[in-house]
Design a protein around this ligand. Structure first.
Ligand SMILES: *[C@@H]1O[C@H](CO)[C@@H](O)[C@H](O)[C@H]1NC(C)=O
Length: 194
């Protein structure tokens, strides 16, 4: 139907670029900072991948992968870790066993961001090192209320095979050592990409 075609986002994109489907050069556009503009929706179809792997956050022992870098008198007093900053380079594996197959690493940090509750701001990249995903990354930036059974956090972007990534992750604690804080967390990653 003509009305549905004319209201589609595809057509809006088409019209905002050019009057035909060939890429437009900057001179045609009349400005010198737009290098090209083309119909992105025809380039590829977006797919959704679901990955599941395990995130190993180890603070204790001789080889910690999570290191606290900020602590002040206020953070020491806080019962909710408010203001703590922990930098991570945590292995991601296919099974809860840390010696199972390595998929990549989670690099970034988390910081206590709840004054009254144990809540963290978690900012990290999943840096893949395995197979066809080797070198590709997924960026996550979200609210991690670690004591709740499922934490959902946004995927805000990606690189390599995950260019233009969007989506979300769901984190579920698999095991935790309350003395040391060492934890294994199951991550289900739902990522839209091309
Ligand atoms: C991943 O890519 C790096 C750099 O290209 C390479 O050195 C490494 O061997 C690759 N790893 C795997 C498991 O393919």
């Amino acid at each position: 139907m003509a009305s549905s075609i004319f209201s589609s986002p595809l057509l809006l994109l088409f019209l905002s670029c050019a009057t035909n489907s060939t890429p437009v050069t900057s001179s045609e556009q009349g400005n010198d900072y737009l290098i090209s503009c083309r119909l992105a929706s025809h380039v590829a179809v977006e797919k959704q991948s679901h990955f599941r792997f395990y995130w190993h956050d180890t603070l204790s022992g001789p080889n910690p992968t999570a290191v606290q870098v900020v602590q002040t008198p206020a953070t020491i007093k806080s019962s909710t870790f408010f203001g703590d900053v922990v930098i991570i380079d945590d292995p991601l594996t296919t099974r809860p066993d840390v010696n199972s197959k390595l998929v990549g690493r989670a690099q970034g940090f988390y910081t206590g961001s709840g004054l009254k509750k144990i809540e963290f701001l978690l900012a990290m990249n999943f840096v893949f090192t395995d197979g066809k995903y080797n070198g590709s990354t997924i960026a996550i930036f979200g609210h991690d209320e670690v004591l709740s059974p499922v934490r959902e956090m946004p995927i805000v972007g990606g690189s390599g095979l995950f260019r233009f990534a969007r989506g979300y992750v769901q984190a579920r604690t698999y095991s935790v050592d309350w003395k040391t804080g060492d934890a294994v967390v199951q991550y289900d990653v739902f990522v839209n990409h091309y």
